[in-house]
Write a protein that binds this ligand. Structure first.
Ligand code: SF4
Length: 158
């Protein structure tokens, strides 16, 4: 049974505060197999310092908001990435880094490499960061774009 909203409670404002909180503290889980990982590490180091924007590495998928995928996705690893994605609570977001997870990259056409990560997770990524590898500026920009869209309330639902 649906509960009534008490008089004087502005649900829209509550949602907007929740969106602001969510966008200000995005915990991310790294699913990294490829050389792009070094660029992600560089984004976390003092020069770019991604944590100052509220992006904190998560230790477990159960507390993660963003799955960061990079590197070639082999068919053998597909059940693991599907399990990690399933363990993440909603709302959750996917950021795809580098050519490998979005097209197979240099391994495109290999018998054991998935060409598009969407085929295994069945979700539209929040951001694609192209390149082989992309640079830390691009990775940082994608995270900030995601954060701003969540804060505006135009992305994700509570
Ligand atoms: S996109 Fe290029 S740099 Fe990134 S993991 Fe694939 S081969 Fe390595």
């Amino acid at each position: 049974m649906a509960r009534e909203v008490p008089e004087g409670v502005n649900l829209k404002e509550i949602m907007s505060v929740l969106s602001w909180i969510k966008g200000s503290s995005l915990w991310n889980l790294h699913f990294c197999f490829g050389c792009c990982s070094t660029e992600i590490m560089a984004t976390m180091m003092p020069r770019f310092d991604i944590e100052r924007f509220g992006f904190v590495p998560a230790d477990t998928p159960r507390q993660a908001d963003v799955l960061v995928a990079n590197g070639p996705i082999s068919r053998k690893i597909v059940p693991r990435i599907q399990r990690l994605w399933a363990q993440m609570p909603d709302p959750k977001y996917l950021i795809v880094i580098g050519a490998c997870p979005m097209s197979g990259g240099p391994y495109q056409g290999s018998y054991n490499i998935v060409t598009d990560i969407r085929d295994v997770l069945h979700v539209e990524p929040a951001a694609y960061i192209p390149g082989c590898p992309p640079n830390p500026e691009g990775i940082l920009e994608a995270f900030i774009m995601l954060k701003n869209r969540i804060k505006e309330g135009s992305y994700g639902k509570f």
